[in-house]
Write a protein that binds this ligand. Structure first.
Ligand code: G6P
Length: 605
């Protein structure tokens, strides 16, 4: 979370930084700020709210400075106001800093500095950094950095300007991502390579504990004891993506409609002799048939993708699968070993908890398979094997194509392993492969009827809460459907295994309580219908997502999806549910692409 950028070169810094911040805004957008290095001072501009506000505030300035740093914030400490927005400057005005991460011992440092007479103006953890730099500074910035950063606990990617050294940006990193880009007479750094690609062609990622000193004509790296180090720069071609909304009102809607193409693209080249084969893991250094268990670890929607994948892998490969949220997995001493491969799923490849889970798995000798969209990224770099989900850049904060390509990748993985383990016959493999190939066309069919879902969504816009229920694969999709609605419409919703309803939650059902029942799993249809009926008899207003409405009580509203084998239904069911969430949010006038309080890449734990 939080995006940082720094620029020094022959161009005016402000437009470069603003443009870079625009591409980093997915990391947080509750406030933003910029500091430009003038000869004997800094000019600092900050605004609460989205970057547009900062742009508006600075639009008539013609600041000629060629060096500056910028920040787009997702608050971790302190309210979202201008005072807490970055950059933060030391009381003596010597240092100004932008930071992504969390300083865990900020309170103790603050108290110690306050006892020496330092005054703080913000409620942030970050403010201790410039103050501490100033405290340690005796004319030598790297030395002040060494002392400062060795005393900090927590995570940081930091860009620093020092008043005495206009034209120089200092940088430090621990855990949070930071990449340096080299251009011609201009050099930059940022949290994400996509913010640099217009000005740099070669890039170098900082490792934990390293420092960088960036000037327009030189970049120097040091280790944590200030010993100079050589780092190579690599040409990395970032995907040139179409960043426009096209004919769509929101990025989210565009991305929902991109799903058939993205899944098709993912499946391309994976089918050999009518079966799925993943070259990416062909050389797996463990005989997968000997795996005792698989762990799938992820956060948010990626965790829901894992839930869907679990059913497919257990069913097709007969390997037990344990699914865990990364923030729990990393602190629960899981029995991971070289016989239990760990699959880490992440759209961004930078989620802090998922990275920590990956490192834990690595330290226990487990093989790690990353299912990742953004390449390069920390999770992709540190995984032993990578399956790229190829969804392209996802701009809307609420994931859609990111999620569905993760689910499709898990299905491919299940079929790949089943082929090697021979837990499915050739005929079965061919059947499932064909079913998977047909999914994009079936999604297109659902999308072609988006008006129906828009109409259905109308009456839900006034609701205060909703329940989503389903069994097995339907439950996996229900969990994601509920999250989608919650994050963009701000309507409270929860997902329950349909059979669990009667064990407590049914107490909340009363007249007109909206219940969305996912009941596309044909094998469990009768069981789920009984649970739906239980809710209906207590007054619930039922909307069913199913493949065949003939079994449904005629008092239920229905969304019909095309038929497919039960195991793959989450990939179809989620489509009307994404549209449902989208239209409900739209009718409520919500900020769909940038919902409040969220960020697309969560780089703090
Ligand atoms: C954030 C995003 C979610 C995403 C989750 C995990 O919360 O808003 O959409 O599912 O992070 O992100 P990852 O990049 O690891 O898939």
């Amino acid at each position: 979370m939080c995006g940082i950028i720094g620029y020094t070169g022959n161009n005016q810094a402000m437009p470069v930084i603003i443009k870079g911040l625009k591409t980093l805004e997915y990391r947080g957008y509750d406030s933003s700020g910029i500091a430009l290095s003038d000869h004997k001072n800094f000019s600092v501009f900050k605004s609460e709210g989205k970057l547009e506000n900062l742009i508006e505030k600075t639009k008539n300035l013609n600041n000629l400075s060629e060096t500056g740093i910028g920040h787009t914030r997702w608050a971790t400490h302190g309210k979202t106001n201008e005072t807490n927005a970055h950059p933060h400057t030391s009381e003596d005005g010597m240092f100004t800093v932008v930071h992504n991460g969390i300083i865990e011992n900020a309170e103790i440092i603050k108290e110690a500095l306050e006892s020496k007479g330092y005054r703080f103006i913000s409620d942030t953890d970050t403010e201790v950094i410039p103050q501490l730099l100033s405290y340690h500074y005796d004319g030598n910035v790297p030395e002040a950095m060494r002392k400062t950063f060795s005393s900090l606990d927590g995570s940081f990617a930091v860009a620093i300007l020092c008043r005495n050294e206009p034209g120089t940006i200092y940088a430090a990193k621990r855990q949070s991502p930071l990449v340096v880009g080299k251009g011609e007479n201009e050099n930059l750094l940022a949290s994400d390579i996509c913010a640099l690609s217009e000005h740099a062609e070669v890039f170098s990622y900082l490792e934990d504990g390293e420092f960088a000193v960036i000037r327009k004509d030189s970049i120097n790296f040091f280790d944590s004891s200030l010993k100079p180090i050589e780092k190579s720069f690599k040409k990395i071609t970032t995907e040139s993506s179409d960043n426009s909304k096209g004919n769509f009102e929101h990025y989210m809607l565009k991305e929902i409609f991109q799903q058939p193409e993205k899944i098709r693209n993912l499946l391309k080249d994976k089918i050999k002799n009518k079966k799925i084969f993943l070259n990416e893991i062909a050389e797996l250094s463990l005989d997968i048939t000997k795996a005792e268990r698989l762990y799938i670890v992820a956060c948010g929607s990626a965790y829901h993708a894992a839930l869907a994948g679990k059913f497919a892998i257990e069913e097709m490969c007969r390997i037990p699968v344990e699914v865990d949220v990364a923030s729990e997995f990393r602190y629960r001493n899981p029995p991971v070993s070289c016989n239990t491969p760990v699959i880490i799923i992440s759209q961004s490849g930078e989620t802090a908890d998922s990275i920590a889970a990956l490192r834990l798995a690595n330290s226990r000798g487990a093989i790690v398979i990353g299912i990742v969209n953004v390449l390069p990224s920390t999770i992709a770099n540190e995984s032993d094997y990578v399956i790229a989900t190829k969804a392209g850049r996802e701009i809307a904060v609420a994931t859609t194509k990111g999620y569905s390509t993760q689910v499709a990748a898990l299905y491919m993985l299940a079929l790949h392993i089943a082929g090697i383990k021979k837990t499915l016959t050739d005929k079965q493999l061919e059947f499932f492969t064909n079913e998977l190939i047909e999914i994009p066309e079936k999604i297109e069919k659902i999308l072609s009827d988006s008006d129906t879902i828009e109409n259905i969504s109308e009456k839900y816009k006034e609701k205060k809460e909703l329940f989503f229920i389903g069994r097995n694969t339907d439950f996996a999709a229900a969990a994601e459907a509920s999250l989608k609605l919650k994050e963009i419409s701000y309507i409270n919703s929860s997902a329950f295994a349909a059979g669990e309803l009667k064990h407590g939650t049914i107490a909340l059902i009363e007249n007109n309580t909206p219940v969305v029942a996912l009941c596309s799993n044909k094998q469990l249809l009768k069981k789920t219908l009984s649970n739906i009926e239980e809710a209906f008899s207590r007054g619930a207003d039922i909307l069913c997502v199913c493949k065949d409405k003939t079994f449904c009580n005629k008092n239920y509203k229905t969304i019909i999806i095309p038929d497919c084998t039960d195991i793959f239904t989450p990939l179809l069911e989620i489509i009307p549910m994404q549209l449902f969430a989208y239209y409900v949010a739209k009718k409520r006038g919500c900020d769909i692409d940038m919902p409040k309080n969220l960020a697309k890449s969560v780089t703090v734990e």
